[in-house]
Design a protein around this ligand. Structure first.
Ligand code: EPU
Length: 333
């Protein structure tokens, strides 16, 4: 393992932000990772770099986790357990599962990032979250070098949330993740409007049909990080109480909303940001995507601070206009 000095992190984060890592190492096995963490405690772990906004140079040792491998174990007649190493690319895993006719991940096609970071924010899209197919993960405790298995309950998954964003933040490195997928009688989920519409004339859509529909929808409104730097949804969709919803819906009867419980209503942050006039706006190289206002973009040379400044401006305007606090979903570093 070679520790490199002064490496630009631009190729390692989907926002395409250039900042400098003082020291950088690529780790290709768990053995190498264990070796590194016995001698280095001040570390910054980099997975697919798809959920971070870098606002300055990184002084800690940056560890680029690049472990690969997929293991298949039969669970029963209907189901299979797939264990993927943390450094596997998420979308490639989804495509591989579809090629093997393993069902469960198809709604999560084309989400940027790696397997190892997928549980941290419980990635989700089009009616499915990974908690729905998650069996367990194995993680390395940084302080002790011991490994531990986390079950679904241990991870305490929530909407774009898990124990690894809270109590255990920065304490563990996820080594591999096991999913329980179907071999037949797939649990097809086409509840999400746009998928249902695209598959309207398919009688029994296959998992591949669903993945194709998801890919088409994502490509039509989400920017490709290879072309325009971004980190997917920058904010979470806020949940408001019914009094505030009532007040807002009198002024804006068209406000999109999803009931979560009697007193909790989720409002798409993209709509709020669009109403505040930010959609498609560009300030230097930092901007708000023209087709989905929830996605902040780096047209090329924006700094993390510029993107963050834009995010603060959006938060302030949404608060003034709607009395709603938008929570940032991306990890700002
Ligand atoms: N909308 C607008 N203007 C916009 C964007 C959205 O008015 O610019 C309104 C529309 O009414 C639309 C509604 O918001 O019907 C919902 O929009 P969309 O279907 O695009 O979904 P979202 O709630 O904005 C969430 C996830 C996405 C995920 C999609 C589909 C969060 C924070 N984001 O977005 O996740 O792909 O649903 O399931 O929950 C991500 O996390 O990076 C991500 C892309």
């Amino acid at each position: 393992m070679e520790i490199q000095q002064n490496i630009s992190l631009k190729p390692y984060n989907t926002f395409g932000i250039h900042t400098n890592a003082k020291r950088f190492v690529t780790v290709n096995s768990v053995k190498e990772l264990k070796e590194i963490i016995t001698s280095e405690k001040d570390i910054f772990l980099l997975g697919g770099g798809s959920n971070i906004l870098l606002t300055g140079d990184v002084e800690k040792l940056v560890i680029h986790l690049n472990t690969k491998g997929i293991i298949v174990n039969d669970f029963d007649e209907n189901e299979v357990l797939i264990t993927a190493e943390a450094g596997e690319n998420w979308h490639e895993l989804v495509l591989w599962c579809i090629s093997q006719n393993y069902g469960g991940l198809e709604n999560l096609a084309l989400i940027p990032g790696n397997v190892g970071t997928s549980p941290i924010q419980n990635i989700g899209a089009y009616g499915v979250e990974i908690k729905d197919v998650f069996k367990q993960l194995e993680a390395l405790e940084i302080a002790t070098g011991n490994t531990k298995i986390f079950t679904n309950a241990d991870c305490d998954f929530g909407y774009r949330n898990s124990v690894f964003k809270n109590e255990l933040k920065g304490k563990y490195i996820i080594l591999n993740v096991t999913f329980k997928l179907t071999k037949k009688n797939h649990n097809i989920n086409i509840s999400y409007g746009a998928i249902k519409d695209l598959l309207a004339d398919k009688k029994n859509p296959s998992i591949k049909d669903i993945a194709d529909a998801v890919i088409a929808i994502r490509q039509s409104k989400l920017p490709d990080p290879k072309k325009i730097g971004n980190s997917g949804s920058f904010f979470k969709n806020p949940v408001i109480n019914s009094d505030l919803y009532k007040e807002l819906s009198e002024k804006h009867p068209e406000i999109p909303h999803y009931s979560i419980s009697e007193n909790e209503i989720k409002i798409p942050a993209g709509w709020l940001i669009e109403q505040c006039g930010f959609k498609g706006k560009r300030f230097g190289d930092a901007g708000v995507h023209e087709k989905q206002a929830l996605v902040l973009v780096n047209y090329n040379n924006a700094t993390g601070k510029e993107i963050y400044g834009l995010a603060l401006e959006i938060q302030q305007k949404v608060m003034e206009t709607f009395k709603i606090s938008l929570e940032i979903e991306v990890n700002v570093i």
